[in-house]
Design a protein around this ligand. Structure first.
Ligand code: SF4
Length: 471
């Protein structure tokens, strides 16, 4: 089956043409289908569609076929069922974060899409809506026959119709032209807020915002929304991270409203790491949404004052909405298209994965500037340090999406004081990023390493630095 699925991607152009012809002529059969009865026609079509598409594409009959937009690679073969991939966990060999024995369905989608339209950057994959769970098992061909609009498209949110909110503190910092500094803090494994406040306290007056992770790595901690609210109540500026892994769209929208009610003004939309890497690998992953569909929904709530269902809110929340990017994993050439899709879906700031490879990031930023993306969203680059080459090597091998060049590990390995050398590299990286046009700031990360991060911020005197562009 995998071989046939890969064959279909290799022949995406021919299959795409065949689909176009079918989509053009199928509505001519609609009168006949009405004569037979649409219900009966669908009952006849569904098993045929299932056999043909499961043979060619490993189709799962989601009922909203998007193959024409995904280079003939069925996104239901993505372990996170992402409709707008790839995720940031793709392995260096192009295989899946969750199923390392299989090629990433979205790397395949990118390859197939390029066969259909060679300039994939000029014809990026459209925003695909979150799946309608009611249609699972239903026929997509019946929709084509009825001439219904292609489900593989969701227009961007358009102009804001709700009143312009007051700028949140992080947004004001991003617009100030000053180098922005954010830091990541993991919530505690305790019902007491003291530990959280002690960690956050290390950064008082030193950073523009503190990200609160949401079950990072699939591990359980105090909820991100509660920890963010605690920080907001104590005068910090939290960024509430929302992973799609653990909650469906009803729970997430409720949490977003709840966070806003508790004084949280910034959210970061992530698809999330798979449960297999965390401390509850036996848990059921949800992935009702992916980061892009979550961004779209968040913007709908803020800009249109409505839920994903279209139902009106009594009052729209004021949220500064961000997303992540990972320029350091394959498919490198498609990472720009992925970033552009997130910005189109509504991201106003971007926080990247750890940058340990400046050359790779420089290439990425060149493309970002060429496409003017740094003027549409604030690019904040992830940096960090660990105690030794061994710890960094472990992270590179076990944390999805982290890439650390061998030369950098060798430099740390060869140093007499490995911790000091790793810290020096982090500071050099920050200095280089501060000189890079289009970089709005840095995002410091490091699990249980808050003390060192606070020292680095002080040593670099980061918040006094101007940056090389304004949005
Ligand atoms: S690497 Fe990520 S996007 Fe690709 S198939 Fe696996 S889970 Fe899906």
């Amino acid at each position: 089956m995998l071989a046939l699925r890969l064959w279909s991607v290799r022949h995406a152009r021919g299959l795409g043409r065949a689909y176009e012809v079918m989509a053009k002529f199928a509505p001519l059969l609609a009168p006949l289908a009405r004569l037979i009865g649409m219900g009966r026609t669908e009952a006849l079509l569904t098993p045929v569609e299932r056999i043909v598409k499961s043979t060619l594409f490993d189709c799962r009959m989601c009922g909203q076929c998007v193959l024409s937009a995904t280079g003939m690679s069925c996104p239901m073969n993505c372990a996170k069922e992402m409709r707008n991939g790839p995720c940031g966990g793709v392995r260096a060999d192009g295989c899946c974060e969750v199923r390392p024995d299989l090629p990433c369905a979205w790397v395949e989608a990118g390859a197939g899409a390029k066969r259909i339209a060679s300039d994939h950057l000029a014809h990026p994959t459209p925003l695909l809506p979150a799946i309608d769970q009611r249609r699972r098992g239903a026929s997509s061909w019946i929709q084509v026959l009825q001439g219904q609009p292609d489900p593989a498209f969701q227009p961007p949110m358009g102009q804001r119709i709700t009143p312009e909110p007051q700028q949140a503190a992080l947004e004001a910092a991003c617009n100030s032209g000053r180098f922005v500094v954010t830091v990541e803090v993991a919530p505690p494994d305790s019902p007491r807020p003291d530990a959280l406040l002690a960690r956050a306290g290390l950064f008082s007056g030193q950073v523009d915002a503190i990200n609160i992770t949401d079950g990072a790595g699939g591990n359980c901690h105090m909820s991100s929304v509660a920890a963010s609210a605690i920080l907001a109540a104590h005068g910090h500026v939290p960024v509430y991270q929302i992973a799609c892994r653990d909650r469906n769209r009803i729970a997430i929208q409720g949490d977003m409203l709840g966070a806003a009610a508790l004084g949280v003004r910034n959210i970061l939309c992530l698809t999330g790491d798979d449960v297999s890497q965390g401390d509850h690998p036996q848990a059921k992953p949800v992935f009702d949404l992916d980061a892009v569909s979550l961004l779209h929904i968040a913007r709908g709530m803020c800009d249109r004052g409505e839920y994903a269902s279209g139902r009106k809110l009594q009052e729209a929340p004021d949220l500064f909405v961000g997303a992540t990017a990972n320029p350091f994993v394959p498919p490198y050439a498609d990472r720009i298209a992925n970033l552009e899709m997130k910005i189109l879906a509504g991201a106003r700031f971007i926080q990247t994965q750890f940058c340990f490879d400046l050359a790779l990031f420089d290439d990425f930023m060149r493309e970002v500037r060429q496409r003017g993306l740094h003027r549409r969203a604030h690019i904040i680059v992830g940096v960090g340090t660990l105690k030794s080459a061994k710890a960094l090597d472990w992270m590179a091998r076990h944390v999805p999406g982290v890439h650390i060049p061998r030369s950098l590990l060798a430099r740390i390995e060869g140093a007499r004081d490995q911790q000091r050398e790793a810290r020096r590299i982090c500071i050099e990286t920050i200095d280089a990023l501060a000189q890079m046009d289009g970089v709005a700031g840095i995002h410091l990360m490091g699990h249980r390493n808050e003390g060192t991060l606070a020292e680095i911020i002080t040593e670099c005197d980061l918040r006094k630095r101007p940056r090389l562009h304004t949005v």
